[in-house]
Design a protein around this ligand. Structure first.
Ligand code: SAM
Length: 457
């Protein structure tokens, strides 16, 4: 049983009344654990036929599954192959409410480590543009790596404050997710360190910060667009309270009902906890309670922007590519790939990228990843990137090397492998036909090109 702050308990008792006993009992159980299949790489049925784990369906997400503690899916090479993301099951409901569509422009404003971003990009079928932003410079690395592992191409990962981004992307996005930094009460079972950080004044501080983030987020949404706001806390000040203040300040927005197929699985928001009008549209918001569902605590609100709030003009991005890099990439691709990935080429120094269409000028913005990193021009030869390996399938390459589980673990630890294959040169290293990274074979020896920073210890 976790040692919960007394003030937290008395607040929850006051809000929940007769439900308090069943709520507080959930702290005697361990937190729920889930994984979500990467449908950019395989279908859930294909995954189930491979999976060595004990899985049970998450009712609100077709590609979501509960697993059991002994499964340890984070330690399996399938994880390195990007076949799934380990995500707390309640968090999966957020992207279901956002309902991303292929071809749209979507912003995930506080995105690290990428639970929602990796879900959004699969729902978009990696078509259109996902901008995944994270303000924290260390956390943005994990976000970028997770999107790379998923094989995502139509992405821009930035490391910015919301107000910097708002200057670049006025009324640009069809959908925006604000998965806000919060007091984390709903994660006390999963992250007990959130218990130590909790105080009533922290709740108030978070509520103010959420308002500031939403002030910037609203500027970036197109009229008619959808804004989803979520937290993993129970505090009404950060949930119904934040939304009530936002709607008050921006009458151009309205709270939208969430389709019954989804909303019917959860409890609705509690208008009476923040205002006198019990019938307000705040009842359309959702609360995910650990004593009602198999999942941790969450709050979700869906808003629609009815009218414009800012003037929307932006300069388009100027793309430039090093002709030599494109030429070396094409000759690499001709030799090693059965399908040459083409599109808009863009260079940063000697690095070559394929970038999404229709981007604004990103001058002054800290870019962590733009589109698909194809590789690097190195002394008159092209070295393919790990991102390219993760975005390919065995059908895209002329040769691939299948490894068994034991070999795959060695490869992921960075070891050099002896192989029976008669191949030579670059090869896509795979497990069950899913890429893990690149290797280079000569004389039956596989030189390991799995990135040093990702290697298993
Ligand atoms: C709830 S977490 C995001 C989780 C993420 N969406 C996921 O599903 O993996 C909130 C994030 O907001 C970031 N954050 C903190 N302060 C912020 C601010 N002022 N503006 C934007 N984001 C902020 C935190 O660094 C943190 O990564």
């Amino acid at each position: 049983m976790h040692q919960l702050p007394e003030t937290f308990k008395s607040r929850m008792k006051q809000y929940l009344n007769k439900d308090y006993e069943s709520f507080i009992k959930t702290y005697e159980q361990s937190h729920t654990q889930g994984l979500r299949v990467n449908t950019l790489k395989l279908t859930t049925d294909q995954f189930l036929s491979l999976s060595p784990f004990h899985l049970q369906v998450v009712p609100w997400t077709a590609e979501g599954f509960y697993y059991q503690e002994e499964d340890r899916p984070g330690k399996h090479p399938y994880h390195a192959a990007g076949l799934y993301y380990i995500q707390e099951p309640s968090a999966m409901a957020v992207t279901e409410v956002l309902d991303p569509q292929p071809g749209e422009k979507i912003l995930d404003l506080s995105a690290a480590p990428g639970g929602k971003s990796t879900h959004i990009v699969t729902k978009m079928k990696d078509k259109g543009l996902l901008v995944a932003n994270e303000i924290h410079p260390t956390r943005v690395k994990a976000l970028s790596e997770n999107l790379e592992r998923f094989g995502a191409k139509h992405i821009l990962v930035t490391n910015e404050s919301p107000n910097h981004l708002a200057k670049i992307f006025p009324e640009y996005f069809d959908r925006i997710l604000v998965d806000a930094p919060c007091s984390g009460e709903g994660m006390f079972r999963k992250n007990p360190e959130a218990i130590a950080e909790w105080s009533e004044s922290h709740v108030q501080y978070c509520a103010i910060r959420q308002q500031d983030i939403l002030d910037e987020a609203q500027k970036m949404l197109k009229p008619g667009g959808t804004l989803v706001y979520s937290t993993c806390t129970f505090a009404p000040e950060e949930n119904e309270g934040t939304i009530a203040r936002f709607i008050d300040k921006y009458p151009q927005f309205e709270i939208e009902p969430i389709p019954d197929t989804l909303a019917g699985l959860f409890k609705s928001g509690e208008p009476k906890w923040v205002e006198n009008d019990d019938s307000s549209k705040l009842q359309f918001t959702l609360r995910l309670w650990p004593h009602h569902i198999q999942g941790e605590g969450h709050f979700i609100a869906k808003l629609r922007k009815k009218e414009s709030t800012v003037e929307a003009t932006f300069k388009p991005m100027k793309v430039k590519s090093l002709p030599e890099a494109v030429q070396y990439y094409r000759s690499f691709a001709k030799e090693h790939l059965s399908e040459v990935a083409e599109g808009i080429f863009h260079s940063f120094g000697d690095h070559l990228y394929l970038v999404p269409d229709g981007l604004p000028d990103l001058k002054g913005i800290k870019v962590e990843r733009l589109g698909l990193h194809l590789g690097e021009l190195k002394k008159k030869r092209f070295e393919p990137s790990h991102a390219l390996a993760m975005a390919l399938s065995k059908n895209h390459v002329r040769q691939f090397l299948p490894l068994n589980l034991e070999q795959a673990e060695k490869y992921l630890r960075g070891e050099t492998l002896q192989v029976e294959s008669n191949q030579t040169g670059w090869t896509l290293v795979t497990i069950d036909a899913y890429p893990l990274g690149w290797g280079k074979i000569s004389n039956h020896q596989l030189k390991n090109h799995y990135p040093k920073g990702l290697r298993w210890k």
